[in-house]
Design a protein around this ligand. Sequence first.
Ligand SMILES: *Cc1c(COP(=O)(O)O)cnc(C)c1O
Length: 222
Amino acid sequence: MIASNLEKILSELPQGVRLVAVSKFHPLSELQEAYAMGQRCFGENRPQEFSLKAVQMPQDVEWHFIGHLQTNKLKLVLPYAHLVESVDSVHLLDAIQNWAYIHDRNIRILLEVHIGAEETKQGFRPEEVLELLSDLSQYPNIVFCGLMGMASHTDDKEAVAADFARIKSLFDHCRDSFPQLTSFRELSIGMSDDWRIALAHGSTEVRIGTAIFGPRSVAGMK
Ligand SMILES: *Cc1c(COP(=O)(O)O)cnc(C)c1O
């Protein structure tokens, strides 16, 4: 199943759009199955699980961290992360800068933007993103690679499209306003239920779990 799911999704993705296979809660054997199919980019959202899988999978996997990250868990994530997609506060950004400076590393991140209707969704508001990007002198060790967002959790396709249209317009505005940020190129939008809508709104990277690996077991890792 994993192989045919992957194949079907890849055949529909335009060139230049990256597929992050979201493997959270799925056992290593299923990641290995996707890896055998040529998939190299995986996303995880829990620090412990992320680091355990990172050390067990082959070295050439590109790991994306996509979950809420507490500052006391940086050491589990930052050594392995090709991209931290879920930077949702200045507090976290400051902590990542500090870790990166101490370890003499540059850390690539996306700013998570609050675009959905849910009150609880984490992330920056659009005006906060613009304010932040206008002065990055505090963050010499952080590479700002773009934006990540999750649409409202609803079956209403037009509401989802409106969320994606908003983040795309913010993304374009950032690129126009800060052309010196040459790495600011990624717009990570689109999940199992809405990735086709996201593609229509300029997604450069989709994060797909269920549509590849099937439902996640509630009990956690099998
Ligand atoms: C779990 C998760 C996904 C994948 O969700 P699916 O609906 O299973 O495709 C994408 N992005 C984030 C941030 C996630 O936490």
